[in-house]
Every structure is written in C-alpha cells, then in structure tokens.
Design a protein around this ligand. Structure first.
Ligand SMILES: [Cu+2]
Length: 253
C-alpha cells in the first residue's frame, strides 16, 4: 500500500509532472514533451542570433560596417514562421482541451463542493439498486500532523485528508464541481484536471482513471487563509472492488 502511495505523491526535489493516471494526462505529457523539444530549438536559435549580433556588431570584430538596413522579405519570413509555429501548436492544444469536455455517457457522477476550507463529495447515482435515493457522502478535511497515525510512514504532511474518496478505474466518470462560499479550484495533477469551483455555477468535466493508486491534489484558487490546507485525496479501485465497497457501504447485500 505504501508503495502505491509513494508512486503518485509529490517526491522530494520533483521537477517534472507526475505519472499520468488518465488519458487526458497522458495526452498532456506527450504534448509537453513535444513542446519542450520545440522550445529548446527556438531558444538555441534565438540565443545564437543574439550572440552573433552582439559579437559581430562590435567594431573590433567587424571592421567594415554593413550596408544592410532593412529587408521586406526578411520581415515577412520572421513574422510568418512564428505565426505558423503557433498555428501548428494550436491543433493538438485545442484537441486536448475539447477532448476533456467530451462526456461519453458517464456511468457515475461525483459531485464536488468546495467550502472554506474543505471539500465535500457526493455519489448518488445508484439507480440499479433496490433502494432509491441512496447516496455516499464524504466531507474531507486535512489531517494535521498530530492527527496522522503514529508511524507517520507513508503519510504526507498537508496532503492527507480524514476520508479518502474512492472511485472506480476504467469507468467513465462525470465530475460536477461547484462551491458553497467563495471560488475554489479542484485539482488533481495525475488526472490532468483543474476545474474551477464557482459558487452558483456548476462545472462539468469527465474523468477516466486508467489504473489503481492514491492520487493527491490541492485547492488551486486562493480562497482565504486556509487555502493551503484543503487537500484532495482520491483512491482508485478496480471496478469489482469498487462495486463491493458500494454494496457494503450502503448495506445493500
Ligand atoms: Cu483554495
């Protein structure tokens, strides 16, 4: 269990993004790698141009002044090439953005509500069950350091909550995000998700978790003094185990 937790929690001196757990995040990571390559090429090229200009425009290095003043062709080239690069980049960027919005018949809906300063969750779609209007509710507060189990191993300061939200893997999920008081933002980097929680407004996003794990996130919209103390913890289970968990939790068997 501890091994799983350590895989998806922030590590010491971590500089790169976390391992992806959803298709969206996989797409973001691949796009990020391509972008980094392109950025490196551009930075090297611009750096070389700058160095060249500085070096050759000192009179000691260049005894004869250039007659070259301006060029219409060059202006066209250095305007259109960056524009073309941006245009090419926009295609995968917008594809990813709109892929997140697509809802393909979700099997489960998780309602997420931001409060000052905790998150509350509700899963209430168990239509196939005999008992109607059954729902699963979580109210997740951050666990202070003293509240953590005595071993403290495998637990993370400022990231643990008193209850962990349990979700199934390989299932189309719909997240409905809103807030009860002020603006919050529900963010889990491993899923590539960051959804604004606005009071009086419902934001919808889809989620498809590809593997089991314990995923951590934090509120990402300044919402008051305890903004840094309202973490998010999601546990993903195989569908069968999730089903079993729901059955026992709602005492349906
Ligand atoms: Cu906040």
């Amino acid at each position: 269990m501890i091994f799983i937790i350590q895989c998806d929690s922030p590590a010491l001196w971590q500089t790169y993004l976390p391992d992806p757990a959803s298709i969206t995040m996989e797409g973001i990571l691949i796009f990020n790698k391509h972008l980094l390559f392109l950025l490196t090429v551009i930075v090297l090229f611009v750096g070389w141009l700058l160095f060249y200009t500085i070096y050759y425009f000192i009179e000691y290095n260049n005894k004869f002044s250039s007659k070259f003043v301006h060029s219409k062709e060059l202006e066209i080239v250095w305007t259109s090439i960056p524009a073309l690069i941006l245009l090419i980049l926009s295609t995968p960027s917008f594809t990813l953005l709109y892929a997140m919005d697509e809802i393909s018949e979700p099997e489960l809906t998780l309602k997420i509500l931001g409060h000052q300063w905790f998150w509350s969750y509700e899963i209430s779609e168990f239509n196939s069950c005999q008992k109607q209007e059954q729902s699963l509710k979580y109210v997740c507060y951050m666990m202070v350091l003293d509240g953590l189990p005595t071993t403290k191993q495998g637990y993370f300061r400022l990231l643990e909550t008193n209850k962990r939200v349990i979700l199934p893997t390989n299932t189309h999920l719909r997240l409905l995000v809103s807030a009860a008081d002020v603006l919050h933002s529900w963010t889990v980097p491993s899923f590539g998700l960051k959804v604004d929680a606005c009071p009086g407004r419902l934001n919808q996003v889809n989620l498809f978790i590809k593997r089991i794990g314990v995923f951590f996130g934090q509120c990402s919209e300044i919402c008051g003094v305890n903004h840094g103390f309202m973490p998010i913890v999601i546990v993903s289970l195989p569908t069968v185990q999730f089903h079993h968990y729901i059955m026992t939790k709602l005492e349906l068997n």
